[in-house]
Design a protein around this ligand. Structure first.
Ligand SMILES: Cc1ncc(COP(=O)(O)O)c(C=O)c1O
Length: 398
């Protein structure tokens, strides 16, 4: 039997008509950028998350850049984050000229260890960027309390956690800004790149919205005022007389980005969003079967009871990682190794000066973690086969 690590075709086949219908409607409208499809998707996601504003953007990486920029992170600043995440988390920080400061993770949920955050705070620290890795929410009470004490912004990386809950609140609604990715393999996946920023803060929403479209027009002018804390001379009525400023499209007030969500991606996502709860519930069933069926020779996830993960990944730990992955492959079971190199040891961050051994927990976890197939359309037979194969490995090969 072959069990793929992930098969996104199955989902498309099941809701093909809904998706194709929505894509066709966008093509017929010829409104490819912005417009009612994007707005409707934003409205529905805001409702789903329980936030006032949800703004589509080009991808999850750019969502992080927009959020950091809007929260005032810039050259010379420091942002505290986890080393156990996809590269984009720290790349977004570095791309603004700031330095990622890595804090070791907790052994039980693979998330940033809040108890080690305070010792890394310096006068340059501007924000904390927790990542709800594999869909398991971080200890947000502790993180937001520290942030409040030191007047830091909290930006949540929710690329893997759409629908996850922390004490009955959705991730992405717990900090200043929540950043989402709709990369095709995510729990809510587009047919290309896509992302979103979510916030309850009206001012941040204006700034985020302006930054994603070149800091232009009225929103750009208003965002400039909010970022600089004073009235923008450019928006004064009499200023239009010079011909240099005007609250319309080709007048720019901030150096922003082109990072919009396009309407075809929004159409796909609108078709999938009503199924998200059901998809996450199906993932939870797969995880429950693994929790029960897998032998105790692998270390299984042990999440706190006040969190509800969306099970983006199901990760086990074993010192026999390489041998287990090879055995799974020999027997037709796909597996993943997220993440083999913790970010503080990535060559791209050599300049930050972290040495091997400096963050011991993440280094051990990275050398032992194996991701097993988990997606809503996995069949019971496939789930049983994964369990049997993992368990057989420990009988035959260890
Ligand atoms: C934790 C995390 N952060 C950020 C990103 C970046 O998202 P995107 O690929 O949409 O730019 C990803 C996506 O892979 C991710 O998993």
């Amino acid at each position: 039997m072959n069990v793929p690590f992930l098969d996104i075709r199955r989902q498309y086949q099941m809701i093909k008509e809904e998706i194709d219908g929505r894509i066709t409607a966008v093509m017929e409208s010829c409104t490819f950028i912005g417009g009612s499809t994007v707005q409707e998707f934003e409205r529905q996601v805001a409702e789903f998350l329980g936030v006032k504003h949800a703004l589509g953007c080009s991808d999850g990486t750019q969502a992080l850049v927009l959020a950091l920029h809007a929260c005032g992170v810039g050259p010379g600043d420091e942002v505290i984050t986890t080393p156990f995440t996809f590269f984009a988390t720290a790349e977004a920080i570095a791309s603004l000229g700031a330095a990622p400061v890595f804090v070791d993770i907790r052994e039980d949920n693979y998330n940033i260890d809040p108890e080690q955050i305070e010792e890394k705070i310096t006068p340059k620290t501007k924000a904390i960027l927790p990542v709800h890795i594999f869909g398991a929410p971080c200890d947000m009470d502790r993180i937001t309390a520290i942030a409040h004490q030191y007047k830091l912004s909290v930006i949540e990386d929710c690329a893997q956690s759409i629908g996850s809950q922390y004490k009955n609140k959705k991730t992405g609604s717990l900090g200043a800004v929540g950043c989402f990715s709709f990369y095709p393999t995510k729990n809510l996946g587009a047919f290309g790149d896509g992302g979103m920023v979510a916030t309850d803060d009206d001012k941040l929403a204006v700034i985020l919205s302006a930054l994603r479209e070149h800091g232009a027009a009225q929103k750009g002018a208003r965002a400039w005022e909010l970022m600089n804390g004073r009235k923008n001379v450019c928006t004064a009525h009499n200023d239009t007389a010079t011909g240099l400023y005007n609250p319309y499209k080709y007048y720019n007030y901030l150096i922003g980005y082109n990072s919009r969500l396009d309407a075809i991606q929004a159409a796909v996502l609108l078709a999938k969003l009503p199924h998200l709860e059901e998809y996450n519930a199906a993932r939870t069933k797969v995880a429950a079967a693994y929790q029960e069926g897998l032998c105790d020779q692998v270390v299984k996830p042990a999440y706190a009871t006040h969190i509800t993960p969306c099970w983006h990944q199901y990760v086990v730990k074993t010192p026999h990682k390489e041998k287990l992955c090879a055995y799974l492959q020999e027997n037709g079971v796909g597996s993943g190794t997220f993440y083999p190199v913790p970010l503080h040891l990535q060559k791209a961050f050599l300049g930050l000066g972290y040495a091997p051994g400096s963050l011991p927990v993440v280094e051990r976890v990275a050398s032992q973690s194996v991701c097993l197939p988990i997606f809503p359309e996995l069949t019971e037979k496939e789930i049983s086969y994964v369990i049997e194969t993992v368990n057989r490995f420990f009988v035959e090969r260890v």
